[in-house]
Design a binder for this molecule. Structure first.
Ligand code: RNT
Ligand code: ZN
Length: 421
C-alpha cells in the first residue's frame, strides 16, 4: 500500500483548492475522464503474433524486440492478461483486435474469415461491457511477402487483400451490432518501396481503386466506422509508402471516412498534436494510434512526455473527446507485457486528466488580450500543479490500485500465471 486512503483524500483536497483558484473544477474533469474509453491493442500481449500462424515470421516491417518471458500463447491467456490490465485502469475501456487473432480449429485463409471466428472475443467483450474495434491484417503473410497488398501490381493479389478487408468490415459490423457501439475498422497496409520508385502514382491509383472496392458496400455507421492509417516510411519501405499522409488525408476527406494518426508515423520533428485542430475542422471523427517512436517508428511503450501531453491537450481544447477515438499502438517484448500495456494506458489517461485540468478560460483570456507574457507564465506554472494528487484520488475512487501498487498486482500475476508459460 503506497499511502492510506485518507492521505490520498487529503492531498486531493489541497489539489482541488489549487485548481479551483485557476477556475478549474477537478470533479468535472474526473467525470469527463470517466467517459473516455481507450481502445487497448490486443497485440501488445503476444508481440503481434496472433493465432493464425504464431510461429511464422513477422512481416510488413513490424518488429517486436525483446524476449521477456510470459507472452500469451492462446486466446485464453491473452484474455486473462487483458482482464488484469483492465482491472488496473480507471474507467471502462475497449479492445482493438487484429484479424490474425481469430479462433478456428483449422487454418482459415484471410479472405475467408467470418464473424464466427471472433465469437469468443465478442462474448468476452459483451460479458465485460467492452466495445471492440478491428483491423484487417495485411502483413505477416506469404501474399504480402514482397511488401505490397492493396496496391500490388498483380490483380490477383490485390483481390485477395480486398476480400480480406471486406471480410474484416463485416466482422466490424458484427461487433458493432452485437455490442451496440461502432467498431472502428482500421486499414493499415505496408505497401512501399525500399528504394526510389520509377512510378509513384500507379500504386496509389491501385490503392484508391482497392479501397473503393472495399468500401463499396455501405454499412451502418452505428456499427462500423472505416479508418485508414498513413505512414511516412517503414522498414523495407524507406523511400516510398503508397499510403502516405497526403494520400489518405485526401482519400478520407473525399470518401467521408476516418483518418488514423499514429504518433510513430511522422517525421520526428512533426507534431501530431498540431494536426488535430486542422483535421477536426474538416473531419467528423479521427482515430489515434498513440505510440512512441524513439528515433524511428519503434513502437515503444507510451510515456508521459510532452508529445503525449500535447495530443491530449488538443483533443480536450477542441472539445473532441467524442470525435477522437483513442487507440494505443506499441509492442514491447523486453519488459513484462501486462505492465507495458498498463503503463502506456495509464499514461494516456493521466495525460487526458492533465488536459482536462487545464485552465482553458484563463489561458485563452490572456491570449485574446494579447498578454502573451502571462500566457507563458501560467503555462509554465501548470507544469508543477498537483496533477498527481488528483490522479491518485481518481484511481482510488475508481477502485483501481494507486501508483506503484499496480506493480505489486502485476508481480503477483507474473509469479502465479506468467512464469508458468
Ligand atoms: C504499423 C501500424 C499499424 C500496426 C498495427 C499492428 O506501422 O502502426 O497500426 O502497428 O496494425
Ligand atoms: Zn498504428
Amino acid at each position: 500500500m503506497i499511502m492510506p486512503e485518507s492521505r490520498i483524500r487529503n492531498a486531493y483536497g489541497l489539489a482541488q483548492e489549487r485548481y479551483a483558484a485557476l477556475g478549474v473544477d477537478t470533479e468535472t474533469a474526473m467525470a469527463r475522464l470517466r467517459k473516455v474509453a481507450l481502445s487497448l491493442h490486443c497485440w501488445q500481449g503476444d508481440d503481434v503474433r496472433g493465432f493464425e500462424n504464431p510461429d511464422g515470421p513477422l512481416g510488413g516491417g513490424i518488429a517486436a524486440t525483446g524476449n521477456y518471458p510470459g507472452k500469451a500463447r492462446t486466446p485464453e491467456e491473452l484474455r486473462a492478461d487483458l482482464d488484469l490490465v483492465y482491472r488496473l485502469l480507471p474507467g471502462t475501456h475497449r479492445l482493438n483486435l487484429h484479424a490474425i487473432y481469430l479462433e478456428a480449429d483449422r487454418r482459415v485463409e484471410r479472405n475467408a474469415i467470418e464473424p464466427r471466428h471472433f465469437a469468443a472475443w465478442k462474448d468476452w467483450a459483451k460479458a465485460n461491457r467492452r466495445g471492440l474495434d478491428f483491423n484487417p491484417t495485411c502483413f505477416s503473410h506469404p501474399k504480402s511477402a514482397d511488401g505490397f497488398t492493396l496496391s500490388h501490381r498483380d490483380a490477383g493479389i490485390r483481390k485477395f487483400w480486398v476480400e480480406h478487408c471486406i471480410a474484416s468490415r463485416r466482422i466490424g459490423e458484427y461487433f458493432g451490432m452485437e455490442l451496440g457501439t461502432p467498431a472502428v475498422t482500421n486499414i493499415w497496409i505496408p505497401d512501399g518501396y525500399k528504394d526510389s520508385p520509377a512510378d509513384r502514382r500507379a500504386p496509389r491509383e491501385r490503392l484508391r481503386d482497392s479501397l473503393d472496392a472495399i468500401l463499396a458496400e455501405k454499412l451502418d455507421r452505428r456499427c462500423v466506422l472505416d479508418a485508414v492509417e498513413p505512414k511516412l516510411f517503414g522498414i523495407g519501405s524507406e523511400s516510398y509508402v503508397a499510403g502516405s499522409m497526403d494520400f489518405y488525408l485526401a482519400y478520407a476527406l473525399r470518401r467521408n471516412i476516418l483518418l488514423t494518426l499514429d504518433s510513430g508515423h511522422f517525421h520526428p520533428t512533426e507534431s501530431v498534436a498540431d494536426k488535430l485542430s486542422s483535421l477536426l475542422i474538416f473531419m467528423d471523427e479521427l482515430l489515434l494510434h498513440v505510440s512512441r517512436g524513439v528515433r524511428w517508428d519503434s513502437d515503444h511503450v507510451v510515456a508521459f512526455n510532452d508529445d503525449l501531453q500535447a495530443i491530449a491537450q488538443e483533443i480536450v481544447r477542441n472539445d473532441a473527446l467524442e470525435r477522437v477515438h483513442i487507440g494505443l499502438d506499441y509492442f514491447d517484448a523486453s519488459i513484462n507485457r501486462v505492465a507495458a500495456w498498463t503503463i502506456g494506458a495509464r499514461n494516456t489517461l493521466r495525460a487526458l486528466l492533465m488536459a482536462l485540468l487545464e485552465p482553458q478560460t484563463m489561458l485563452r483570456q490572456f491570449e485574446l488580450e494579447g498578454d502573451l507574457t502571462s500566457r507563458l507564465a501560467l503555462q509554465e506554472e501548470l507544469k508543477s500543479m498537483p496533477l498527481g494528487a488528483v490522479w491518485d484520488y481518481y484511481c482510488q475512487q475508481e477502485s483501481v490500485p494507486v501508483g506503484m501498487d499496480c506493480m505489486q498486482v502485476i508481480r503477483e500475476y507474473e509469479k502465479k500465471e506468467l512464469a508458468g508459460r
